[in-house]
Write a protein of this length. Structure first.
Length: 319
C-alpha cells in the first residue's frame, strides 16, 4: 500500500507541525481563493483537523474586483466542501482605500478574515511568496522588520506552507485531481508582485544559478530571529521603565533605542511610522541639540522634557 504523493504529505506535515505550536486552538479556518496554494492547504487542514478532532471551515473572500467574482468564490467554496471542510462561507468585501488595488484588496481581505475567524486562520503563503515579500522590502528600504518577511505563526494567522515552494502546491493539486483557479491578476504586469514573480526572480535565479527564492526565505527566517530578539529586549525595557527615560536610553545601541521607541509610540497610538519618523524621535535622545518636538501621523507630537520623552505633552521647553 502506497502513501500519499510526496507533495500532499509535505503539506499535511507542515499543517500538523504548525498546529502543534498552538495547543488549545478551538477550530481551524482556511482562507480559500480556489488557487493551488489554498486548495492544497485546505486538503492538508482537513486531513490534520480530523486527526486532531478540530472543526475545519473554509472562508472565501470575494473582493468583487473582477467580473464573475461571485461565481468564482462560490465554486471555491464548493471545492472546499468536496475536500471535506465542515463548513464553507463566502465573505463579500469592498476593496477600497489607499495604496492601490493590491493594498486595498489585502486590507479588506484581512479585515474580513479577522472579523469572522473562530480560531486560527491558515493562509496559503509559500516560500515563493516569502521571497517576493523580502524583495519588496529590500526595494523599498523598509528595514529589517519588512525584510524579515511573514511569520509562520502570528495569531490569528498561520502560514504553514512558508517552507514549501509554490511548485509543491501545484504538484499536490495534480495528485489530488484538483484543477486550481488561475487568478488573472496573478499574471497582470500592472501589479508589482507579478513582475517580481515573472521577471525579477527568474532573472535572479538565472544570474545566480538557482536557489534564490530559498535563500531569500532563509534570510527572512534568520532576520526574523534578530527582530524578535530586539522586540523582546524593547518590551523588557518598557516594562522596567515605563515611559522612555533619557538616561537609560542614551547608552543603548541605536537599533535597540529605535525598537524601544517604536514599541512605545505604537502603544501610544502612533500609526504608519516610517524610518524617518523613528530617526527624528531618536535624535531627541542620541543627537539632542535643544530641537523642538517631532510631529507624527495622527497629530501626535513627541518632545523631550525633564529628562524624558513625552507624547502630546503640555507646552514645556526641553532640558
Amino acid at each position: 500500500m502506497t502513501g500519499p504523493h510526496p507533495a500532499v504529505a509535505a503539506a499535511r506535515r507542515a499543517v500538523r507541525k504548525l498546529l502543534a505550536r498552538c495547543p488549545g486552538v478551538p477550530a481551524v479556518d482556511v482562507a480559500v481563493s480556489g488557487g493551488a496554494d489554498s486548495l492544497a492547504l485546505t486538503e492538508a487542514a482537513v486531513f490534520t483537523g480530523r486527526r486532531l478532532g478540530l472543526p475545519v471551515r473554509a472562508l472565501v473572500v470575494d473582493h468583487g474586483l473582477q467580473a464573475g467574482s461571485a461565481r468564482v468564490a462560490a465554486e471555491a467554496a464548493e471545492v472546499a466542501r468536496k475536500l471535506g471542510v465542515d463548513a464553507a462561507e463566502v465573505l463579500t468585501v469592498e476593496a477600497t482605500g489607499p495604496g492601490g488595488p493590491e493594498a486595498a484588496a489585502r486590507n479588506a481581505r484581512y479585515a474580513a478574515l479577522r472579523a469572522h475567524h473562530r480560531g486560527i486562520v491558515l493562509l496559503g503563503h509559500t516560500r515563493d511568496d516569502q521571497a517576493e515579500t523580502v524583495l519588496l522590502g529590500l526595494g523599498r528600504g523598509s528595514g529589517p522588520r519588512s525584510i524579515a518577511g511573514m511569520r509562520a505563526l502570528d495569531l490569528p494567522w498561520g502560514r504553514p506552507l512558508l517552507d514549501l515552494p509554490r511548485s509543491a502546491t501545484r504538484a499536490a493539486c495534480q495528485a489530488l485531481g484538483l484543477t486550481p483557479w488561475e487568478d488573472p491578476h496573478n499574471s497582470d504586469p500592472r501589479f508589482t508582485r507579478v513582475r517580481l514573480r515573472t521577471e525579477v526572480l527568474p532573472l535572479l535565479e538565472d544570474v545566480l544559478h538557482g536557489g534564490v527564492a530559498a535563500a531569500l526565505a532563509r534570510t527572512a527566517a534568520q532576520l526574523r530571529e534578530d527582530v524578535e530578539a530586539l522586540d523582546a529586549l524593547a518590551a523588557g525595557f518598557l516594562d522596567r521603565h515605563g515611559e522612555p527615560d533619557i538616561a537609560a536610553l542614551s547608552p543603548l545601541p541605536a537599533s535597540l533605542r529605535r525598537r524601544i521607541l517604536r514599541a512605545w509610540l505604537t502603544a501610544g497610538g502612533a500609526r504608519d511610522l516610517t524610518d524617518a519618523h523613528l530617526r527624528s524621535v531618536d535624535a531627541l535622545v542620541g543627537d539632542w541639540r535643544g530641537q523642538g518636538g517631532v510631529w507624527l501621523p495622527g497629530g501626535l507630537v513627541v518632545t523631550r522634557t525633564h529628562g524624558r520623552l513625552a507624547m502630546n505633552p503640555p507646552e514645556t521647553r526641553g532640558d
